[in-house]
Design a protein around this ligand. Structure first.
Ligand SMILES: Cc1cc2nc3c(=O)[nH]c(=O)nc-3n(C[C@H](O)[C@H](O)[C@H](O)COP(=O)(O)OP(=O)(O)OC[C@H]3O[C@@H](n4cnc5c(N)ncnc54)[C@H](O)[C@@H]3O)c2cc1C
Length: 396
């Protein structure tokens, strides 16, 4: 008998914020009030970028504020408290080493090593749901772009560098597979994604023979991704492996549209938010319908999509905690979804970014921008945090 998912109650702020002390809740309140103000975010972004470029230490300002809210710590050991708190509330951790934009071979190897350490931390510790990495963390961006757009033009030296990228990706996926930890390959800009898809396909064919251990990421704000999901599902069935996918809407919409406009090619992005929502929800339904071939994670802060996931599982008679189905959010965001969904019986995980404060600045800027530009997101977070502050005052 399937363990039926309960209908999640995203209004339950007591459960959503039970893991936050009074001080932490207050910090969250101030933070979301600040990032809700576009001017403040622009000024903060400019200051952070300047400090980053000039290597001015900003840890004293960032650590107690945005960093503590959105990141687990500088090292895996420092993330322990976050991992334990999430596990205590039935939410799994996805350690995410968040260094970006490295170009030198030594730096790329060092990033690979940090990611391996994150993978190894999952060994024998079921508080961890997945491992994750970005291919651009272990490949120079220009090379990745050339491998995506013009692979036949790679010079001899570039071909050798590309072989090293493949070896790094293989080392990461193979280590995760050997430990039985599923691993996500994050999705990036369209001009890099062709190469990432091809690396991910190789790794899925290699490791997903018994079950899905390597997961590619599909961005449903692209108008071609639902068809790609369907084609991959058929290919996996024909070739006898299991498809692993993380479904997301996509993080680079403005950049994608601007570039397409500048260079005069058709935008790869859906014409409207409603189109993205339609394809994202259709992708969830597709994965549930093909659950015998597809394992998937819905990476989303959207309440409708997360409620739909629970509903589709219930309708299909799939157990809420079926190991092939997950929902994931980012640390410090949409706790009302993560903790209430896990209470409904679903498998839930949160990305827990870690790394030196300096290295996490681009990630933190993206979080601040996302929370100031995505309509409704901050006001919803703010509304729920305010309600919880109020509730605690009344019940004190
Ligand atoms: C666990 C997790 C992992 C993630 N991994 C990745 C990743 O690997 N790669 C990646 O790119 N992103 C990733 N993201 C970010 C994700 O793609 C979204 O940017 C973010 O989650 C916001 O989308 P949403 O589903 O949460 O909700 P919503 O707030 O409902 O949707 C906002 C999103 O809708 C889309 N959208 C908004 N306006 C329009 C419009 N006018 N036209 C078309 N589409 C529009 C955009 O994608 C926007 O980000 C991840 C998110 C999570 C939670």
């Amino acid at each position: 008998m399937a363990n039926q998912p309960q209908t999640p109650d995203f209004e339950d702020t007591k459960r959503a914020f039970a893991h936050l002390s009074k001080r932490e809740l207050r910090r969250a309140l101030i933070l979301f009030q600040t990032v809700g103000n576009i001017r403040m975010v622009r000024i903060g972004k400019a200051l952070m970028q300047l400090a980053h470029a000039l290597r001015i230490p900003v840890g004293w300002a960032i650590r107690p504020t945005v960093y503590s809210h959105f990141c687990g710590g500088e090292t895996i050991a420092e993330c322990e408290e976050t991992v334990a708190t999430l596990a205590h509330n039935h939410v799994h951790t996805i350690l995410d080493y968040s260094a970006e934009g490295k170009e030198q071979e030594a730096d790329l190897n060092a990033t690979q090593q940090r990611i391996i350490e994150g993978i190894e931390a999952t060994q024998g510790d079921d508080r961890h749901g997945f491992s994750v990495f970005k291919v651009s963390g272990v490949a120079a961006t220009a090379l990745l772009q050339k491998a995506a757009e013009n692979p036949e033009q790679l010079t001899e030296a570039e071909s050798q560098a590309w072989e090293r990228v493949k070896a790094r990706v293989d080392a990461l996926c193979s280590r995760a597979a050997a430990l039985g930890t599923p691993i996500f390959i994050d999705a990036e800009e369209t001009w890099l994604q062709g190469a990432i898809d091809s690396l991910a396909l190789d790794q899925m064919q290699k490791h997903n023979t018994e079950r899905a251990l390597v997961f590619n990421t599909l961005q449903l704000y692209r108008h071609d991704r639902l068809a790609y999901l369907q084609a991959l599902t058929h290919r996996a069935a024909e070739e006898g492996w299991h498809l692993g996918v993380k479904l997301v809407r996509g993080a680079y919409m403005e950049k994608e549209r601007e570039r397409a406009e500048e260079r005069g090619y058709p935008s790869p992005i859906q014409p409207s938010k409603a189109d993205t929502d339609r394809d994202f929800n259709a992708a969830i339904q597709w994965c549930v319908q093909h659950i015998n071939r597809v394992a998937f994670c819905s990476g989303s802060h959207n309440e409708v999509s997360n409620a739909l996931l629970a509903q589709c599982l219930a309708e299909a008679g799939i157990s809420a905690d079926d190991p092939r189905v997950w929902s994931a959010q980012l640390l410090g965001m949409s706790d009302h979804i993560s903790f209430n969904l896990s209470q409904s019986g679903l498998n839930v995980a949160k990305y827990v970014p870690f790394g030196p404060i300096r290295e996490t600045i681009p990630y933190l800027i993206r979080r601040a921008e996302e929370n100031s530009s995505v309509a409704g997101q901050t006001s919803r977070e703010l509304e729920l945090i305010r309600r919880e502050v109020q509730r605690r005052k009344q019940s004190a």
